[in-house]
Ligand binder design. Structure first.
Ligand SMILES: Cc1ncc(COP(=O)(O)O)c(C=O)c1O
Length: 377
């Protein structure tokens, strides 16, 4: 059997990782400024993560939600404390798309409505509902297009007001910062309006923090920079540092009922061990602070680079617009061994582990400045 060939991937076979360093089967070393789509939060092969996972495998790797699992309760408590959402409730699942799918379903159950307002340029995943609120028709099959979704421009408050006007909307869903679309931020005013308009029109405000959450932007969730609270928050990527785990964080106003949601693998023992190791390391090593400081540092060092058309983002979620982005990205990899991501044909996307060091950030800055021919002072 061969692989169903859907990925346009580099011909590099990675076999080892430590912190922000990764290496391939030929012994080539790379600096990871992408974290495998922003998944690596506390660093590759983190010792506490290995300890927790190894210990858990010796105890119990998996059992389903047919039994009470107090590791889920401990994880929910810790997540509540670190995120500031301690009065909310947690549903555990396995991937970002699944988290969004469940968030939409919860909003629809709670409001009795079906229409969703989403933002142009959004990416929310590839399952049916998540794809319907993703603004990319190329990814949708006929099967996915039947949902009741209205797309509005990011930061267009009058359009949001209009979309909610008939009181027939179950939820408004916004990424904390749009990732796939090239690191595009909702303004604080837009988020504040979304919070109050959703209350007025009895719609749920869902914040998709799958890429922008878990400390990535210098706060636990990106929307917390705007000082708002969401009704539902979805999270995945950095949550398990590579182990598949995702969550739907749900307001106490929304009541659960037996059978409302469910999953076989979600919240299993090994996933909870990964989730706990991540939260403990984020707290212990003050990684949110690190993301904040090093993100600010990186942006301030690059802001005068004339090759940069725009630089956006917060913390360690950074987008850099460049005329010849694909060439620079290729050179970063081939000449300097630095992995980065991209959005479209112009945005270089940086999502390094939150544990990245200043020395490693300097390594990126020097390579980038040399490639864009700016002499360092
Ligand atoms: C904001 C956002 N939401 C949802 C998803 C989908 O997550 P997954 O690929 O785990 O289904 C992604 C993935 O890139 C994402 O960036």
């Amino acid at each position: 059997m061969e692989l169903f060939n859907v990925y346009n991937c580099y011909d590099i076979n990675l076999v080892n990782g430590k912190g922000s360093s990764i290496s391939d089967d030929k012994g080539n070393k790379y600096l990871d400024f992408y974290g495998g789509h922003g998944v690596i939060s506390i660093g590759h092969s983190h010792p506490h993560y290995i300890f927790r996972m190894e210990h858990q495998l010796h105890c119990l790797g998996f059992y389903s939600n047919a039994v009470r699992n107090d590791m889920q309760e401990k994880l929910a408590n810790k997540l509540g404390t670190l995120s500031g959402y301690d009065d909310y409730n947690l549903f555990l699942c396995n991937s970002g798309a699944e988290a969004n799918e469940n968030a939409l379903k919860v909003a629809s159950f709670h409001t009795g409505k079906s229409k969703i307002v989403a933002i142009k340029g959004a990416f929310h995943g590839r399952s049916s509902g998540a794809l319907a609120i993703t603004d990319n028709p190329v990814l949708s099959s006929e099967f996915n297009v039947k949902h009741d979704v209205v797309f509005i421009e990011m930061n267009d408050i009058p359009a949001l007001e209009k979309a909610l006007g008939k009181n027939d909307v179950a939820a408004v869903i916004i990424e904390g910062i749009q990732g796939v679309n090239g690191v595009v931020e909702p303004s604080a005013d837009f988020l504040k309006s979304a919070e109050s308009l959703c209350k007025t029109h009895k719609a749920m405000l869902i914040l998709d923090e799958i890429q922008s959450g878990y400390g990535r932007t210098g706060k636990f969730f990106a929307h917390q920079h705007a000082g708002i609270k969401a009704d539902i928050i979805t999270t995945a990527k950095g949550m398990g540092n590579g182990f598949p785990i995702a969550g739907v964080i749900i307001s106490p106003e929304i009541k659960a009922w037996s059978g409302m949601l469910g999953t076989t693998f979600g919240g299993n023992h090994l996933a909870c061990a990964a989730g706990m190791a991540v939260l403990e390391s984020i707290e212990e090593e003050q990684l949110i602070d690190n993301a904040n400081k090093l993100g600010d540092y990186l942006i301030s060092e690059l802001k005068d680079n004339k090759a940069i058309k725009a630089i956006r983002g917060k913390g360690l979620m950074i987008g850099i617009d460049l005329e010849d982005m694909p060439k620079i990205r290729k050179q970063l990899l081939e000449e300097y061994g630095i992995f980065t991501g991209s959005s479209g044909s112009t945005t270089l996307r940086l999502l390094p582990p939150l544990s990245i060091t200043k020395k490693e950030v300097d390594q990126f800055i020097q390579a980038f400045q040399k490639l864009t021919q700016i002499v360092l002072t």
